[in-house]
Design a protein around this ligand. Structure first.
Ligand SMILES: Cc1cc2nc3c(=O)[nH]c(=O)nc-3n(C[C@H](O)[C@H](O)[C@H](O)COP(=O)(O)OP(=O)(O)OC[C@H]3O[C@@H](n4cnc5c(N)ncnc54)[C@H](O)[C@@H]3O)c2cc1C
Ligand SMILES: Cc1cc2nc3c(=O)[nH]c(=O)nc-3n(C[C@H](O)[C@H](O)[C@H](O)COP(=O)(O)O)c2cc1C
Ligand code: SF4
Length: 403
């Protein structure tokens, strides 16, 4: 029909309001999920067909064309995440690729941000404002010690490397990544790991190795005696003061994601924010019955509509009871008392209570380690936020590292 009407090409997007979250589909769907639709249309028309949507890797794009599934491929977010993508594929730029992770947090979330940015490319939208001026020879001699190789510490290290500086970066865990490693355990979140992979590769490319399994202590700082200390030590779960909450059978969301083997149980999740919902999603997928309790009226309200819709739809397949506008008043497993809109209720058969009720910054290292040096606190250690914020806010400090 379109061909008969004179169309020169068909761009097989899913671009209608009715198709909602699929227009710029998120990490909740497989890469290249829409290519087969282009392939079907190509069988029936003679005009060029363009495949689009979550094609993020140029090699995948080349395969689509070589396999005859489309004549052309369109890549939008992949090039927002890495404007050098084509040059890198052609070997004209040897730096590692920054792969679009499909979070839609920076490029599509109008609710959270007035201006466009990108989880992988925090310069997006401010290219003309940020210039990584090369450090002077004097500056290159100054030691910069970064404690914490989560997104904040890693991004700062990368931006310092762009200026020709060589910070030392340490993490107490055996692998870099911080909370991103936990977030990647939730259903459909494995793409989060690309945030870490690209940055660690970029650092390696600049001759900087992330030193893992090393806890930065005040003594360590004293011995290293850096010119600048960067505290990017992240956060820990907050546990609200509720009678019984420190008893047996109560764990944090972080522990629930890493424990493994939690299955066939009735789990009450305290907290329906992003982390609470992802923990519930993970535990529901692992075969648990879930009751999720939060004082808020809406679940995961901070999450962009695209990801939120996919997540809530996925969760609706499982046995999950939502108790919103409700607060837990007492814990004595298997009983959990809840006050919901003035009405007292009791959950009688809870096996486990998972606390996902916010986080607190961890920045003790910033206290007492100054001794004449500059101390910079970044990421969740400064203010609890998101990986997007941690990355976005680690650009400017690299420009003013010695100021
Ligand atoms: C389940 C879950 C899902 C999430 N989903 C998303 C999402 O979809 N999008 C998003 O934007 N954000 C998400 N987040 C939030 C995001 O992961 C964090 O905001 C982000 O990781 C904060 O980065 P950071 O570098 O400040 O801290 P962290 O990631 O916490 O990293 C801090 C690092 O410091 C290290 N460290 C601490 N103390 C020391 C020390 N003394 N010496 C050496 N190393 C030390 C830690 O081991 C850690 O690796 C999620 C979080 C969770 C838990
Ligand atoms: C920031 C942004 C703005 C967009 N604006 C439009 C638009 O104005 N019109 C449109 O048809 N598609 C628009 N799109 C959709 C893209 O063209 C593309 O079809 C979609 O993002 C899926 O492709 P991708 O996975 O390569 O990003 C936009 C996408 C992004 C990320
Ligand atoms: S903000 Fe996320 S989805 Fe958007 S281009 Fe960047 S990495 Fe991709």
């Amino acid at each position: 029909m379109l061909e008969a009407a004179g169309a020169d090409a068909i761009h097989v997007s899913i671009g209608m309001p009715e198709s909602g979250g699929y227009i710029s589909a998120t990490m909740d769907v497989e890469d290249c999920f829409n290519v087969e639709n282009a392939a079907v249309i190509k069988e029936y028309v003679k005009i060029p067909v363009i495949a689009v949507n979550r094609i993020v890797d140029i090699k995948e794009a080349v395969d689509v064309v070589e396999q005859g599934k489309a004549d052309m491929v369109s890549m939008a977010r992949a090039q927002l995440a890495d404007p050098e993508l084509v040059n890198k594929y052609l070997g004209l730029n040897k730096e590692p690729v920054y792969r679009c992770i499909g979070c839609n947090q920076g490029c599509k979330d109008k609710k959270a941000r007035k201006k466009i940015t990108c989880m992988q490319n925090p310069l997006l939208g401010r290219e003309e404002l940020v210039h990584f001026l090369p450090a002077t020879e004097e500056e290159k001699k100054k030691k910069i010690l970064i404690a914490g190789a989560g997104p904040a510490g890693l991004e700062l290290a990368c931006n310092l490397a762009r200026r020709g500086l060589t910070p030392e970066i340490y993490d107490k865990e055996p692998v870099p990544g911080g909370l991103v490693n936990l977030s990647a355990l939730a259903p459909c979140k494995k793409n989060m790991l690309s945030l870490i992979k690209s940055r660690v590769e970029f650092l390696a490319w600049n001759g900087i190795r992330v030193q893992c399994g090393v806890e930065v202590t005040p003594q360590f700082v004293k011995e290293k005696n850096p010119h600048v200390l960067v505290v990017a030590t992240g956060s820990r779960p907050a546990v609200p003061e509720i009678p019984g909450i420190h008893g047996e059978g109560v764990i944090t969301g972080d522990e629930a994601l890493t424990a493994g083997g939690i299955t066939g149980r009735h789990v009450v999740v305290l907290g329906a924010g992003l982390i609470g919902c992802e923990v519930a999603d993970y535990l529901a997928e692992s075969g648990n019955r879930i009751t999720i309790v939060d004082v808020a009226a809406e679940a995961a309200s901070s999450l962009n509509a695209f990801r939120r819709n996919f997540m809530l739809k996925r969760m609706s397949r499982y046995s999950i009871e939502w108790m919103l506008e409700a607060q837990i008043t007492d814990v004595s497993l298997p009983r959990v008392k809840v006050l919901q809109q003035g009405e007292e209720k009791t959950i009688e058969d809870a096996d486990l209570l998972v606390v996902a009720a916010g986080r607190r910054p961890v920045r003790a290292l910033a206290d007492g380690t100054a001794e004449g040096r500059k101390v910079l606190v970044l990421g969740d250690a400064q203010e609890i936020g998101t990986a997007l914020n941690a990355i976005y806010n680690s650009v400017e400090p690299a420009l003013q590292i010695f100021d």
